[in-house]
Design a protein. Structure first.
Lengths: 294, 287
């Protein structure tokens, strides 16, 4: 009997340890990024990291302006969201306001398929299908560019925006819609005048979660946007995002432990902080939406 | 009358938005099949990479992906299910539990390449003695951390779906908590847990960024030995092989990339089919 009780308790402790592994992982991520970044900032002052306007850590004359990589990340992210927000939101509107229950059950999983395609496949598509297509429309576009990578990334993010927005639209009380319909409004007027404003927190949450995904997306930009650090908002030329830089250094033969190598942790830390900020904001907005539902 | 026209345009645009994803998917598949199918052959699957595109194959990448899949499952499945059991069946409703839950939700949103930096520092460098550095073991451990949040969340959902009455019947017969979990809850929840695990693993199979960061190679001209040493050997996986080929300017290599993508997508498709099959069986059983 006593052996039984010890076994029960031991199992509970093991299960609890497995659950707390998530805390250790978080601590591990933060510790690794901070530890290596602090070592990096001892050699390269953080003021140079934040104010320089060139990014050339692998050259003889070194500059460490993170703004160069961050601007490329923002550029590709902005293009991606310009694609994902309208299409994702309108897909959500169709599913929640127009489609029959049966149609909804077919449409929703087929949109989700997009989220399951490996990003390296999207990268292939961006580089070898979308870019040649864009070249026919804009002859001056480079073989590597932010536009093609951003568009494809936006398509990848449509399911994220559509799924969360749909939850938010669906949660708007029926009675609000019926009040407007009773006044003779069309579905379009109900959607734009009532449902979307009432669900705005949830829609914003889905948008911001999409931004967080786009910031951290790696393979599409590494393949299709190029590896040329450049401070520009021109979507037609090669750029290098923060994630693409980490890939470039990882593939190269920079010795581990050198300041050049440590840059990837400083870049990683910057990415982690930006991503966390957007994730927390999205979480907060989604909670506000849920409160509204009650 | 103008309002009517606007209404119809709005509806049409909404409908088009649901289609655009599927449209792009079809374009993508058509493009990959057109470029890759002519290159796909048994020889392509059983050959090593080569500097000559026509002779190159995906054997080491395929073996690497398979090993990574098995090892990741071996690490992530027991830990994920145990964590799920704890959070659903044991955990008291206190701030610590809520902290763990918040943590898991946050981890699911951390970019995969950040996991790569974690794996590089912990598994490749700090634990070099055990993992052998840039090895498949380091890769699998990194991937396990990456998919763990997904496995925990789906395990919890499956466990929560088990009716309370089943547990109470067990307790009424004098079973202990663990006995109820082992004999009543887990057998009913298992198909749901497996579905979630397969879907999580199919994400791992398609990932490349964290593996590039921990130093998976792009050119492997040998297979790992058939011993425990294999765990410590360098490796490559399908997505990385694809990345390597797609980055080359020659068209012949890009055709290789397309052919490898077909293999990767078939692999994912069969994993998803298995997951859907399990889910359907699960639903029938509960009804």
């Amino acid at each position: 009997m006593k052996g039984q009780r010890i076994k029960e308790k031991a199992l509970e402790v093991i299960f609890a340890l497995c659950a707390s592994l998530s805390i250790f992982t978080t601590i591990g991520v933060i510790a690794v990024l901070l530890f290596e970044s602090i070592a990096f900032f001892r050699e390269i002052p953080i003021s140079r990291f934040l104010t320089e306007t060139q990014w050339t850590p692998l050259f003889a004359e070194k500059h460490f302006g993170i703004i160069v990589l961050a601007s490329a990340t923002f550029l590709t992210t902005a293009i991606a969201m310009a694609v994902a927000l309208p299409f994702g939101l309108m897909a959500a509107v169709y599913m929640s306001e127009y489609a029959s229950e049966r149609a909804r059950r077919i449409i929703k999983p087929s949109i989700e398929v997009l989220a399951g395609i490996p990003t390296v496949v999207y990268g292939y598509f961006a580089l070898l299908f979308v870019t040649p297509l864009l070249k026919k429309l804009i002859p001056s576009i480079s073989g590597f560019n932010a536009l093609s990578a951003g568009i494809v990334m936006g398509i990848m993010i449509i399911p994220t925006v559509a799924s969360l927005s749909e939850d938010a639209l669906y949660a708007v009380p029926r009675s609000l819609r019926e009040g407007a319909y009773a006044l003779g409004a069309s579905t379009r007027q109900v959607v734009t005048g009532i449902v979307i404003p009432a669900a705005s927190s949830g829609i914003l949450a889905s948008f911001i979660l999409g931004v967080a995904r786009a910031l951290g997306e790696t393979m599409i930009v590494a393949i299709a946007a190029g590896q040329t650090p450049r401070l520009t908002l021109n979507p037609l030329v090669p750029v290098e995002t923060m994630t693409a830089y980490i890939v470039q250094v990882s593939l190269g033969d920079v010795p581990t432990g050198s300041p050049e190598f440590r840059t990837i942790f400083a870049v990683g830390l910057t990415l982690f902080i930006m991503n966390l900020a957007f994730d927390l904001l999205s979480y907060h907005l989604a909670r506000r939406q849920r409160r509204y539902r009650l | 009358m103008k309002g009517k026209w606007l209404d119809e345009t709005f509806r049409a645009f909404a409908f088009f938005s649901t289609l655009i994803g599927i449209l792009v998917l079809c374009l993508l598949l058509a493009d990959v099949l057109k470029d890759g199918l002519p290159r796909l052959s048994w020889k392509f699957i059983t050959s090593f990479p080569s500097r000559r595109a026509e002779e190159a194959g995906i054997l080491p990448a395929l073996v690497g992906s398979a090993m990574l899949l098995v090892l990741t499952a071996l690490f992530a499945f027991p830990v994920g299910v145990a964590a799920g059991i704890y959070l659903e069946e044991y955990a008291p409703d206190n701030p610590f539990t809520r902290f763990i839950e918040l943590n898991i939700a946050n981890l699911a949103g951390v970019p995969s390449i950040i996991y790569g930096l974690l794996g590089l520092e912990i598994f490749v460098r700090a634990m070099r003695g055990i993992t052998g550095g840039r090895s498949i073991l380091s890769g699998a451990l990194t991937m396990a951390l990456l998919v763990l949040p997904v496995i925990i969340v789906s395990s919890r959902e499956a466990i929560r779906a088990v009716p309370k009455s089943i547990r109470e019947a067990g307790y009424a017969l004098g079973a202990t908590k663990w006995q109820v979990v082992r004999d009543q809850v887990l057998p009913v929840a298992m198909p749901g847990i497996l579905t979630g695990t397969i879907l999580a693993l199919s994400r791992a199979i398609g990932e490349s960024a964290p593996l590039i960061t921990i130093g998976a190679l792009t050119f492997i001209a040998f297979l790992p030995p058939l011993s425990l040493k294999a765990l410590q050997s360098p490796f490559t996986v399908l997505p990385i092989q694809i990345f390597n080929w797609v980055s080359r300017p020659q068209e012949a290599f890009q055709a290789n990339a397309a052919a490898a993508i077909i293999v990767l997508l078939l692999l994912l498709l069969s994993m998803n089919a298995a997951a859907i099959y399990l889910r359907n069986r699960f639903q029938q059983r509960l009804e």
